[in-house]
Design a protein around this ligand. Sequence first.
Ligand SMILES: Nc1ncnc2c1ncn2[C@@H]1O[C@H](COP(=O)(O)OP(=O)(O)OP(=O)(O)O)[C@@H](O)[C@H]1O
Ligand SMILES: [Mg+2]
Length: 226
Amino acid sequence: MANMESPIIKLTSVSKVYPPDHRALDDVNLEVEKGEFIFLTGPSGSGKTTLLRLLYCADRPTSGDIWIDGVDLASLSRGQIPFLRRKIGVVFQDFKLLTNRTIFDNVAITLEVLGLGRQQIEKMVRDILAVVGLEEREDAFPLELSGGEQQRVAIARAVVNRPPIILADEPTGNLDRLRTDEVIELMEELNARGATILFATHDERLFTNTHRRVIQLKNGKLENGL
Ligand SMILES: Nc1ncnc2c1ncn2[C@@H]1O[C@H](COP(=O)(O)OP(=O)(O)OP(=O)(O)O)[C@@H](O)[C@H]1O
Ligand SMILES: [Mg+2]
C-alpha cells in the first residue's frame, strides 16, 4: 500500500554551486519518510556535508526546493530558522564540548536556550545521559572522558530536546571500531524511539550488511534518492 504520509524530508532538483562554478550538488531528488534511518555515502568531496548543511539552513541551495516536515525552506525568514533547527539534531565528527563545563551542563545548554524550567531540564538531561550510557558521569568534565564517551555527550546534546530529525555528519570518523559500533547502536535506539536519521559516512563497513536504505552521492549526483 502506498504511504499516504508526506515525506519528512523532500528535495526536488536541488543544486548547489559554489562560486565561481563548482557544482557540489547536481539536480538532487530525495524523499525521506518519517522513521527512516538512511546512510548517505559517497567519496570525499561528493557533496554529503553540503547536502546536510542545506537541510538545516546553514546554507541555501542555488536552485531547487527543500521541504522539512512540510515546510518549504525557501519560505523561511532568518528569524524563523531557529524554529526549524529545534526539529533537527545535528551531530558532527568535530564536536566541540565546553571543556570548563560539566557533562550535565554541556547537554543542558540545548534546553537552556529553549527557556525550559530547571526541573524539566534536569529530567531531560538525565534521561538522555542514561540513553547514551553516561548517567554516572554527569559531574565529570569532558577531558576526563574518552573520545568515544565525548562523542556520546555530543550526541546527547544534539538530541536531548528529542528532535524528530537527526543529521549525522561522519560522527564516527575519529572513533575506533568498538566506539563506532556503540554510536551506531545509539542511533538505532534513537531511531526506535521515533527519530528519522540521515547518517553520512564513507565507512562502508557500517552499511554493507544493513537492511537500511543506502543513498550515494557521486560528483554531486544522488543515487537511490527516491
Ligand atoms: N564553502 C565552500 N566553498 C567552495 N567549495 C566548497 C565549499 N564547501 C564545499 N565545497 C566543495 O564542494 C564539494 C563537496 O564538498 P562536501 O564538503 O559537501 O563533500 P563531502 O562529501 O562532505 O566530503 P568529505 O567526505 O570529505 O567530508 C567539494 O569539492 C568541496 O571542495
Ligand atoms: Mg563532509
